[in-house]
Design a protein around this ligand. Structure first.
Ligand SMILES: Cc1cc2nc3c(=O)[nH]c(=O)nc-3n(C[C@H](O)[C@H](O)[C@H](O)COP(=O)(O)OP(=O)(O)OC[C@H]3O[C@@H](n4cnc5c(N)ncnc54)[C@H](O)[C@@H]3O)c2cc1C
Length: 285
């Protein structure tokens, strides 16, 4: 289906972009266009104006900060994240997740900011941002504010930005000493189940862990499962037992074309276990 008629504007500066967005309820930022243009073609959303922020220099850098954190501009593409030399050594999970995102065409255009702002449950970066305890930086014509990733995702396809606000970047903390990150997902058509594990091991046992489930309206940390993992040895059966109740109390999506809610519930402990094994360097589980 062809795109419905919509005005297009490419601002030269971030200030022009935020002023334009503040001036119209029916204007929307256009980043990589990989989700928004599809929605417009499907007539699932209607807009008067696309404000193309994809080439704004202020949004296109990756900055390794002195405190070990890294700030990624919202319009940095997945391909740029995958191939960023410094990021690969300081925050390898970001480039790995970017490199595993769909296909090369989408990786050339899709952006970190678009991925998190769209908050499609199939998107990779909302769950990674929450798992890594990232901070989201928002700017509007009236000021700036920071939002914790855990508060940024407010529901299916929604986020905490207000009309006229742009996400300008995301800061990921340095991983604390001894921690590593594991990722696992099950794809059936689209991703049906996904988990991220951030785990510290000492003398062959897990001393601390954080588990976050994705493929849900909002990325969901599982503190009870994390507590159950503390002190557990690194064997597959021990980890499987500790994560067995990771899906308890979660409302999974009703049956859709890709998977039933029962299937998603059954797979949550599987991806959680595999993510922990991936984090501790044993991905045979
Ligand atoms: C066939 C297909 C399969 C896909 N599968 C996956 C997948 O498995 N995993 C995955 O992670 N992704 C997947 N995607 C989604 C893809 O990653 C998109 O790139 C992403 O959802 C949107 O990023 P974008 O830069 O293209 O944003 P756009 O499409 O340009 O924008 C998306 C939304 O975010 C808003 N937005 C964008 N940037 C900002 C900003 N800086 N501030 C405020 N609002 C902003 C826009 O206004 C719009 O509402 C898939 C896409 C397609 C087409």
């Amino acid at each position: 289906m062809l795109l419905a008629s919509v005005d297009y504007y490419r601002p030269e500066t971030l200030a022009e972009a935020t002023e334009t967005l503040a001036g119209s309820e029916d204007a929307r930022a256009l980043a990589g266009g990989q989700s928004l243009v599809s929605l417009l073609k499907l007539r699932a959303t209607r807009l008067d104006l696309l404000v193309d922020i994809s080439r704004l220099e202020e949004l296109r850098s990756v900055t390794n900060n002195d405190d070990g954190t890294v700030t990624v501009g919202s319009c940095v593409t997945y391909d740029e994240l995958e191939h960023h030399e410094k990021l690969r050594s300081t925050h390898p999970s970001i480039g790995q997740v970017a490199g595993a995102t769909v296909d090369q065409q989408i990786r050339n255009r899709g952006t970190l900011g678009g991925n998190v702002c769209h908050n499609d449950p199939i998107n990779n970066f909302p769950v990674l941002a929450v798992a890594l305890d990232a901070t989201m930086h928002a700017v509007s014509s009236s000021g700036e504010r920071d939002i914790a990733a855990s508060e940024f995702f407010t529901g299916l396809f929604t986020n905490a930005l207000e009309t006229g606000e742009l996400l300008v970047g995301v800061t990921f903390p340095a991983l604390e000493e001894g921690f590593s990150v594991g990722w696992n997902e099950i794809e059936i058509g689209e991703a049906a189940s996904r988990a991220v594990a951030v785990v510290r091991t000492e003398n062959g046992s897990i001393s601390e862990a954080r588990i976050t489930l994705g493929c849900l309206p909002v990325p969901t940390p599982r503190p009870d499962t994390a507590a159950a993992l503390a002190g557990v040895g690194g064997s597959e059966p021990e980890i499987a037992e500790a994560v067995a109740t990771v899906a308890d109390g979660i409302d999974f999506f009703p049956h859709d074309a890709d998977a039933s809610s029962d299937y998603r519930r059954a797979m949550a402990p599987v991806v959680a276990k595999r993510a922990v094994l991936d984090a501790i360097g044993d991905d045979d589980g």
